[in-house]
Design a protein around this ligand. Structure first.
Ligand SMILES: [Zn+2]
Length: 478
């Protein structure tokens, strides 16, 4: 089995916050989890760099648009090294490679694209039109900003042509949406039937010329969402001279899109419609994570409660933060605070997992020189834990529940050591059990803390089926 794992691409009109980090880390843990199972994985992320809002933000900040975008892109891209994100590629939508893919895609959808006059009320923050009947006092319901009346010609995409088919695909779970709640929400939107064709271009004057020009019509730039979604293809080399990766991972892999709960409609309705029109395979899975709140409120610049990944790094190590994020509920909003993170580090990481490993190391120091690893007295319970762990990850994407289960093994080994009084019974079968299960534990936590676990594994020497005793240093692990 081959997997394509993607994150949504953050819009670079602002700096990264911990919500962006959360999605990057989640997707990275899944990518590492599959790689650990020896599956072929391509992990794609990037930045969304077009759109009127970005051009406006740059102009308002008195900056050259390209410089503004580069500066923001760097802030997102540097998270890769800081947080051990194993992206195979990081696509920028202002790049040539992306533009080529967009043009190829546009060409493939040509039959479903038409020109029409448009008149409506526009929110620059949403980058979307509103109908007069859907708004009060010409104010955007999301941004509470005054809408601007716009009349222009736009290119439209025949979205309506594909809605029935998409409804079937979602119902039959050919496109599987996690959690169920989001699937039902999308089916409900489709049932209400108010979706119209999608305007997929904007007058280029409104974006100060920034964006991807419509083929053969330089007066128009392509609507940022239409172009951004195509990153999932351009990032694989679609539209370039060498489409090997695209064919290998898009056509012959299982596609898993990780996205936030505010953009489900774009991924579960617009994107499959675009792909159907272009006659390209549609994705298998869409995993929708929920949001991080601060004291019950959404992070926002206006409230001034935005926490950046760098704020966390001032107090914690990247891998501690990764592990903490994996333990939070994926399919519900949750509240971040520094105390919780500190408690997690001191409790689960240090006191439980760290101490168990040190405890085992302590026993191994006293163990015979060579231990044959052919006994696992905890085999039954440890296989059950493994089955459940894999079930929650593979079938449900409920990573937080999976790690609750993985933690059971930590408790089981501790109990085992106590009950058998291993320190007085350093037998081959007792020690073999401990070492085999220690490796299980390390395997579970490796996707969360890749470097730290690698360091721990290096301390333990295994030759074929034998543990070889050498001096293990007992310095604290966290
Ligand atoms: Zn708005």
């Amino acid at each position: 089995m081959r997997y394509l794992i993607t994150t949504s691409i953050p819009y670079v009109n602002d700096d990264p916050h911990i919500g962006h980090l959360y999605e990057f880390v989640l997707a990275d843990i899944f990518a590492r989890y599959y790689r650990n199972l020896n599956k072929e994985v391509f992990f794609l992320s990037g930045t969304d760099e077009n759109g009127i809002k970005i051009a406006k933000s740059a102009v308002e900040a008195g900056k050259n648009i390209k410089d503004f975008v580069d500066e923001k892109y760097n802030k997102f891209f540097e998270l890769k090294d800081k947080f051990f994100l194993s992206f195979d590629h990081f696509i920028r939508t202002s790049s040539e490679e992306h533009k080529k893919a967009v043009y190829k895609f546009w060409q493939l959808c040509q039959e479903d694209i038409y020109l029409n006059n448009y008149s409506g009320y526009y929110c620059y923050s949403c980058e979307a039109y509103y109908d007069e009947k859907d708004i009060k006092d010409l104010i955007c319901p999301l941004h509470k900003k005054k809408l601007e009346k716009i009349e222009e010609k736009n290119y439209f995409f025949k979205l309506t042509k594909y809605l029935d088919e998409i409804k079937n695909l979602i119902e039959q779970e050919r496109i599987k949406i996690y959690p169920q709640e989001k699937k039902l929400e999308i089916l409900n939107i489709l049932k209400v039937g108010e979706i119209r064709d999608l305007s997929i271009s904007r007058d280029s004057k409104r974006s100060y010329g920034w964006g991807i020009p419509v083929p053969r019509d330089s007066q128009q730039v392509i609507y940022v969402w239409f172009d951004a979604l195509i990153n999932y293809l351009s990032g694989l080399g679609f539209g370039s001279e060498d489409e090997t990766i695209f064919k290998k991972f898009w056509n012959e892999g299982e596609i898993i899109h990780f996205i936030g709960k505010d953009i489900v409609k774009f991924h579960a309705i617009y994107w499959p419609a675009m792909l159907l029109s272009a006659k390209i395979k549609i994705p298998e899975k869409i995993v929708v994570h929920y949001f991080i709140n601060i004291k019950g409120e959404k992070m926002s610049k206006t409230i001034g409660n935005v926490i950046s990944p760098n704020d966390l790094l001032e107090k914690f190590q990247a891998e501690e933060i990764r592990a903490y994020l994996a333990h939070q509920t994926i399919f519900n909003d949750w509240d971040f605070n520094f105390q919780n993170l500190r408690d997690f580090k001191e409790g689960i990481l240090k006191k439980e997992i760290g101490n168990l490993i040190l405890r085992i190391f302590g026993l191994l120091k006293k163990a015979p020189l060579k231990i044959n690893l052919n006994n696992n007295l905890l085999k039954e319970i440890s296989s059950k834990i493994k089955r459940d762990f894999n079930f929650y990850i593979n079938n449900n994407f409920e990573i937080n529940l999976a790690y609750l289960i993985a933690f059971d093994l930590v408790k089981e080994i501790n109990n085992f050591i106590d009950q058998k009084k291993i320190w007085n019974n350093l037998t081959d079968e007792n020690l073999s059990t401990i070492i085999i299960n220690l490796f299980e534990i390390l395997n579970y936590y490796r996707p969360l803390m890749p470097q730290k676990i690698e360091e721990i594994i290096k301390k333990i020497e295994i030759d074929n089926n034998f543990y070889l005793n050498k001096e293990i240093d007992l310095s604290p692990l966290f």
